[in-house]
Structure formats: structure tokens, C-alpha cells
Design a protein around this ligand. Structure first.
Ligand code: ZN
Length: 180
């Protein structure tokens, strides 16, 4: 396994619409294992392939407290949505920034697992938020798109400034909270 570099906003590659996964081969297994390792190391609770510059419809999630419940979602579609939940979201591609986003509180998802088996699963609360957040990524969308353009521009400038400072200092401590 290997850690992959996570693309950061406003990298234009994050705007790519990912292609469906058609081959459940050794290459796909390697990408999935790398994504899990990268997500756990970040640390984060969700990661879409788009974020590591792999433009396939593939997502890994683990919302358990002890990183023991990896949830791998390939070619997902949302069958139904219900309710509304407002959560303060973060994103590994928008490091250090959190803001409230409204999403469906409960969703039913149909997807394939890492071997290509089709399954359906009901997701609620944090898991539902996470799945919707990651599904946005594979369509080239980021959670900052739900904010006002003024706010988004402020985030972009803040990240740009931090990147420059990081480059100057070579390392900087980062807030440790759950990011998707
Ligand atoms: Zn994200």
C-alpha cells in the first residue's frame, strides 16, 4: 500500500467528473487499499478517488471511532432521500476549513463493493452526510460550492496563503478534526 497525494481546492482536477468503474481487477484493489491508507493517515472519515487524482466512481468511508469499519462504495447511486440535516463539514481537499452544509438526513444507496457485487444500504446521520459529500466529489463538486461565492473566495485565499507559509516553513500543524 502507499499514501497518495490529496489534491487541494482550487485544483482544477477536483472538478473532473469521474468515469464508472468497469473492471474489478488487481489495479482497482490497489487503488482502494491506497485510498484507505491515505484516508486513515490524513486522518479523515471519507475519501473519493477524485481527491487522489483517480477519476473513477470510487469512494472509501469509515465513520467508526476506531477505524475498523471500512465501507467501500463503487459506482454509487442514491435511490431515495429523506429529511434534512445540517452538519459542520470539513474536507481533506479544503484543509482546516469547516462550515455548515444541509443535506438529506437519510438516504438509500445502491452501489457495488470492491469485488463488483451489487448491494443496497440505508445510511443516516453522519454516514449519510459522508456518502453525499463523497458522491459530490466524483461529480467534480466540493462542499464549498454550497457556500456563497464571497465565502468560497475567502477560503481560496486563506488556503493559498497557508500553502505559501507551509512551503516557507516546510511543515505546519493542522487542526485535527474529522474531515471528509
Ligand atoms: Zn471532501
Amino acid at each position: 500500500m502507499a499514501l497518495r497525494t490529496i489534491l487541494e481546492f482550487p485544483d482544477p482536477r477536483l472538478r473532473t467528473r469521474a468515469h464508472p468503474v468497469t473492471r474489478f481487477d488487481a489495479d482497482l484493489q490497489r487503488v482502494i487499499d491506497d485510498m484507505l491508507e491515505t484516508m486513515y493517515a490524513a486522518p479523515g472519515i471519507g475519501l473519493a478517488a477524485t481527491q487522489v487524482d483517480v477519476h473513477r466512481r470510487l469512494i472509501v468511508i469509515d465513520v467508526s471511532a476506531d477505524n475498523t469499519e471500512p465501507f467501500i462504495i463503487v459506482n454509487p447511486e442514491i435511490l431515495s432521500r429523506d429529511g434534512e440535516i445540517a452538519t459542520e463539514e470539513g474536507c481533506l481537499s479544503v484543509p482546516g476549513y469547516y462550515d455548515e452544509v444541509k443535506r438529506a438526513a437519510r438516504i438509500r444507496v445502491r452501489a457495488q463493493d470492491r469485488d463488483g457485487n451489487v448491494f443496497e444500504r440505508d445510511c443516516e446521520d453522519l454516514l449519510a452526510v459522508c456518502v453525499q459529500h463523497e458522491m459530490d466529489h466524483i461529480d467534480g463538486k466540493l462542499f464549498v460550492d454550497y457556500l456563497s461565492s464571497l465565502k468560497r473566495e475567502r477560503v481560496r485565499k486563506k488556503l493559498e496563503k497557508e500553502r505559501k507559509e507551509r512551503a516557507a516553513r516546510s511543515s505546519s500543524p493542522r487542526e485535527r478534526r474529522s474531515a471528509l
